[in-house]
Design a protein around this ligand. Structure first.
Ligand SMILES: [Zn+2]
Length: 201
């Protein structure tokens, strides 16, 4: 059985980036991550979540502990892939669009980052800022190919509205699931119809 560790970014005492209207990144990543896990279950891909509630199941004494704990969950479960879900944030409120990250170009992490990014940017009809390489701990310390998606900018008022809308969160989850299925070469269309997905494919 194919498997992936889904990591809803932040949580517990770390709310993540705030939106100008008060939306918390940690709440968005959890809502989307839980839906992705549910959709994946129906496709026969096993999803292991790093957290299932607003709290986190590890100590958050330091930021290093927090990120390593996420890697440890994936490494212990020995999943085939790892995907961390986030919202982007910059001081410039006009920054917009979706982007994704892998540890280094040329590997499976880059393919997963690309497969997930395209449907996410399309689902929101926002700019695709491309796949980037970054030395993020969750990408470096996971034993399996790993990617991180920054769905949209929570610091951008228009994109904050999108990210906070439950209907859009479902669309994002469908898009991420579609990307994961494309990576694993698993049929997703039928599942999508069964779930009455908001952006049926
Ligand atoms: Zn984040």
């Amino acid at each position: 059985m194919k498997s992936i560790c889904i990591d809803p970014g932040h949580g517990g005492k770390d709310p993540g980036a705030p939106g100008p209207d008060g939306l918390k990144e940690a709440d968005v990543t959890l809502a989307v991550g839980l839906l992705v896990a549910a959709y994946l279950d129906a496709t026969g891909i096993n999803a292991v979540l790093t957290r299932k509630t607003a709290a986190v199941p590890w100590s958050q004494a330091t930021e290093g502990d927090d990120l390593q704990a996420r890697c440890d969950i994936a490494n212990r479960a020995k999943t085939d892939m790892f995907l961390s879900i986030h919202c982007n944030s910059l001081d410039d409120p006009s920054a917009h669009g979706s982007e994704s990250y892998c540890y280094a170009f040329g590997g499976k992490g880059q393919s997963l980052a690309g497969f997930v990014l395209v449907p996410v940017a399309a689902a929101l009809s926002i700019t695709n800022r491309g796949v980037k390489a970054a030395n993020f701990e969750v990408l470096r310390n996971t034993d399996m190919p790993a990617a991180l998606i920054e769905m949209a900018f929570i610091s951008n008022p228009a994109e904050e509205k999108l990210l906070g809308d439950p209907a859009v969160q479902s669309k994002l989850a469908v898009a991420i699931t579609e990307g994961i299925c494309s990576y694993f070469n698993v049929q997703f269309t039928e599942i999508c119809h069964r779930f009455d997905c908001p952006n049926r494919i």
